[in-house]
Design a protein around this ligand. Structure first.
Ligand code: NAP
Ligand code: G4F
Length: 322
């Protein structure tokens, strides 16, 4: 039975990856942070009953990471833990860098010192590109990285230090450069789930309006379930390498909002207003990923479309807000 060690296991991706690896017969280990309110902390994974082992841990606590990795001796390590909210990274830049950049280095050191034969996956991000785009309007593995947020800057460090450890110490350490991916398990302060939940609240009569930030930025949105399958493929490639994961389609926040409201027979113009507090000091305006390398190498095909992703999220909130 293969053993996987996941940081960020109670996050959106960590929970879907756990389900996926368990379905493949893995034994899954993960860390959660100490939280003053433990209720609901494991809500995304609480339904899992077997072959799952949770310990307290934090990316800032190197000795704890070393102890756990020495004990578990995993075959695969997935570093998914992060302060993952881009706008909030402007509010807590040092915490974001401590976790997303130095935290990745801490885990790489623990890995190198305790289980160097394992394979290591780093959750890299399209936010690393900032407003850099190739002349054909795509971002790909070779597109220069010019991040526009503390989050993006920290992720560029983690991306590069993962490559550096791979090359310096002959480690099987890889990056998946994932474009935005969503699901009903997405945090409800990210724009898709905020819009879907907000529109259902309006439909049900619990809210009168919805405040958003910039509606004219474009994102390449996929489903987390499709993307965790790609993580496992990338990590288990016979050579350690870096891959883009994206749908290749892009939509504006406005188009996404219009789609969600119209599915509920609502006109978003009547309900949505802009609140400057949701704007970012510097905005990343356009993302569209070229995942040709991933598709050609693994024949990866996403099962969800933009529409079926949003439909699943709408149905989730309709079921949960009566
Ligand atoms: P998420 O739902 O916000 O989950 C992040 C996880 O990291 C949570 O379990 C969180 O625990 C944990 N965490 C935060 N700080 C930590 C620390 N110091 N030590 C240990 N754990 C810590 O994010 P996600 O959407 O699943 O994304 C997973 C990873 O992919 C992240 O690294 C994110 O930056 C990256 N990524 C995401 C996307 C996307 O569109 N979703 C795209 C590209 C890359 P708490 O619950 O205790 O906060
Ligand atoms: O949903 P968002 O907060 O996602 P963002 O900033 O693109 O970051 C996500 O994707 C990255 C990959 O590119 C990940 F690395 C990162 O961890 C995270 O998962 O915002 C999407 C767009 C932005 O342009 C934002 O300005 O929506 C715009 N937006 C408009 N109104 C809003 C809002 N975003 C949020 N969160 N809340 C709003 O009210």
């Amino acid at each position: 039975m293969k053993k996987a060690f996941i940081t960020g296991i109670n996050g959106q991706d960590g929970s879907y990856l756990t389900e996926y690896l368990l379905s493949l017969g893995y034994e899954v280990y993960g860390i959660i942070r100490r939280n003053s309110v433990p209720e609901h902390q494991q809500s995304r994974i609480e339904f899992v009953r077997t072959n799952l082992h949770i310990s307290y841990g934090d990316l800032s606590d190197v000795s704890g990471l070393e102890r756990l990795l020495r004990e578990v001796q995993p075959d695969e390590i997935y570093n998914l833990a992060a302060q993952s909210h881009v706008r909030i990274s402007f509010d807590v830049p040092q915490f974001t860098v401590q976790t997303n950049a130095l935290g990745a280095l801490n885990l790489l050191e623990a890995y190198r010192n305790t289980c160097p034969n394992a394979k290591y996956y780093q959750a890299s991000s399209s936010e690393m590109f900032g407003n850099s785009v190739d002349p054909d309007n795509y971002q790909r593995e070779t597109t220069p990285m010019r991040p526009t947020s503390p989050y993006g800057c920290a992720k560029v460090f983690a991306f590069n230090i993962t490559r550096n450890y791979r090359n310096s110490y002959n480690l099987h350490a890889v990056n998946g450069i994932l474009f935005n991916h969503e699901s009903p398990r997405r945090g409800s302060n990210f724009v898709t789930n905020k819009v879907v939940k907000g529109a259902v609240m309006i439909k049900r009569g619990y809210a009168k309006g919805l405040e958003l930030g910039n509606m004219d930025s474009y994102r390449d949105w996929g489903h987390s379930k499709d993307y965790v399958r790609a993580m496992h493929m990338i990590l288990n490639h016979y050579i350690p390498d870096d891959f883009i994961v994206a749908t290749g389609q892009t939509h504006s926040v406005r188009e996404m909002t219009e789609y969600v409201f119209s599915k509920l027979d609502l006109d978003y113009n009547e309900f949505v207003t802009q609140n400057p507090k949701y704007l970012r000091p510097e905005e990343l305006t356009y993302l569209r990923g070229d995942s040709t390398k991933l598709r050609n190498t693994f024949n990866w095909i996403p099962e969800y479309t933009f529409e079926t992703l949003l439909d699943e999220m709408i149905n989730f909130w309709l079921e949960n807000i009566k």
